[in-house]
Structure formats: C-alpha cells, structure tokens
Design a protein. Structure first.
Length: 75
C-alpha cells in the first residue's frame, strides 16, 4: 500500500516541528518521492545525521508503505 504525500509530511512535522517540507511524487505512483526538509534542528549535524532524523520520523514505514524517498536536507 502506497503512502500519501500528506502522511509523509505529517510524520516529518511530528518529529521535526520547525521543518519546512517540500515533497514531490517523482513517478506519479505514490511510491517514489523526493523530500527537501529545512530545519534549524539540523544545525551542527552531519548530512548523515540529518537524513537519519528524517528517516526516523517515518517510524519504520520506509521500505514498507513507502518504497523510495530521496532526501535533501538544509539548515
């Protein structure tokens, strides 16, 4: 089952409340998304740590309901 774009945004916002999130459905199939997440919480963290924060916010749905998510993070 595919994840809705709004559901992805809500999960990220729950974990990173100050996040500004832009999500695109890359293939139009509800399974392949790109997300640009901007947050002050990323300050002082490596890109890997920033990406982990976003993946962790998805609560294990990555690889299950959500097939692919390309992440770009900004401070």
């Amino acid at each position: 089952m595919a994840m809705d774009l709004k559901e992805i945004e809500a999960l990220i916002k729950e974990a990173i409340p100050d996040a500004k999130i832009e999500i695109q459905d890359l293939a139009g199939d509800g399974n392949h998304y790109s997300a640009t997440v901007t947050s002050g919480k990323f300050s002082g963290k490596s890109k890997i740590e920033q990406h982990k924060m976003v993946y962790n916010s998805l609560k294990g749905k990555m690889g299950n309901e959500l097939h692919a998510l390309a992440i770009k993070t900004k401070e």
